[in-house]
Design a binder for this molecule. Structure first.
Ligand code: GA4
Length: 345
């Protein structure tokens, strides 16, 4: 695994932090091994040479930009979030707030074509075509990565994870986020400010600042994220001494970022970890991101795979359905460690 490093500045210190990168043009066995290591150590990996056509990415980005540029009253027609739909600042049902607006959609084509009528009234067929193609490509990437995880873990049934995302009843979602520019970012005391040398806008890499989407883990199996060229994503590295350090992950619009979700942590009996992460909204330029959340069908039972339970790795989680997990997550705050509710006795 290639380890990329970033230098983070905060008021207290300057440190070099690392995150893993896997190139899908590497030999499959080697890439699978390194992918598993990244998911064990970080629960996160940047993936390059992923094979998703640039044109599909560009079309999806253009649809997001078109929607978020609409007047507020037009965007509201696709809301309020139930949790699906258009939302602004409010996240979930329990008072979580962030500096963003978003479209949260089910990945099912019939849902998308229905919802497209409120999102893109001029050409709903074009909108749903673009989203469906993007979802198809990114789901394929998620399945390829999950098969590699199955191989890297040495499972006999290497498709055990990807099958869940291919189920016709799968509950996968797609989310378009728009983090507005921060007008305060050029003022003294702002977390992002003007570069004194060039007068250009720059992002500071860590420390305080404006939260776009607060600290959380993703509940699903695997999330596939990409963004425009504006920084903001941070992952929490578990460190024994100070309870974790925020690692800023520099934006790379041609890469995808892979995030292990709670369901994959449970199925691997804690061997792969669902990474806590957040999005900062510190830049004087708008940040946009698109996330595919790969989830099983509501009735699927999430349970540690028997091969993952060993004398030195006793069973850590109870068995629960995805519907039960969703019920729990929507009754809790964003930052809750919800998987802890399902620890084995
Ligand atoms: C976090 C990951 C995904 O964005 C999401 C979020 C969901 C929502 O925005 O509706 C949740 C959050 C996320 C976890 C806890 C609950 C549900 C907001 C919230 C407070 C779409 C998801 O699946 O879980």
């Amino acid at each position: 695994m290639v380890i990329a490093s970033v230098t983070a500045e905060s008021n207290e210190r300057i440190s070099t932090l690392e995150y893993p990168v896997v190139d899908l043009s590497w030999k499959r066995g080697r890439a699978a091994e390194l992918l598993v290591r990244a998911c064990e150590e970080f629960g996160f990996v940047k993936v390059v040479n992923h094979g998703v056509p640039r044109s599909d990415i560009a079309k999806m980005e253009a649809e997001g930009a078109r929607f978020f540029a609409l007047p507020p009253c037009e965007k509201q027609k696709a809301g309020p979030p139930t949790p699906l739909g258009y939302g602004i600042r409010s996240i979930g049902f329990n008072g979580d707030m962030g500096e963003l607006e978003y479209l949260l959609l089910h990945s099912n084509p019939s849902y998308i074509s229905q919802k497209a009528k409120t999102i893109c009234r001029k050409d709903p067929i074009h909108f749903s075509g673009v989203v469906n193609e993007y979802v198809k490509q990114v789901r394929q990437l998620a399945c390829q990565l999950l098969d590699m995880v199955g191989e890297g873990l040495g499972l006999q049934d290497t498709r055990v994870f990807s099958r869940l995302l291919q189920d016709s009843e799968n509950d996968s979602l797609v989310r378009l986020n728009h983090y507005p520019p921060w007008p305060g970012s050029d003022r003294a005391g702002g977390d992002a400010d003007r570069d004194p040398a060039g007068g250009k806008c720059r992002d500071k890499r860590s420390g305080g600042g404006r939260i776009g989407f607060g600290e959380h883990s993703d509940p699903q199996i695997l999330s596939i994220l990409r963004s425009n060229d504006v920084d903001g994503l941070q992952i929490l590295s578990a460190q024994a001494d100070d309870g974790g350090v925020w690692i800023p992950v520099p934006a790379d619009p041609v890469a995808f970022y892979v995030i292990v979700g709670d369901a994959l942590q449970a199925m691997t009996n804690g061997r792969l970890v669902s990474v806590r992460h957040r999005a900062m909204a510190n830049s004087c330029r708008p940040r946009t991101s698109t996330v595919f959340f790969g989830a099983p069908s509501p009735g699927t039972r999430i349970t540690p795979l028997p091969q993952m339970i060993k004398p030195d790795a006793p069973r850590r989680y109870k068995s629960f359905t995805w519907a039960e997990y969703k019920k729990a997550m929507y009754s809790l705050r964003l930052g809750h460690n919800r998987l802890d509710l399902f620890l084995a006795d």
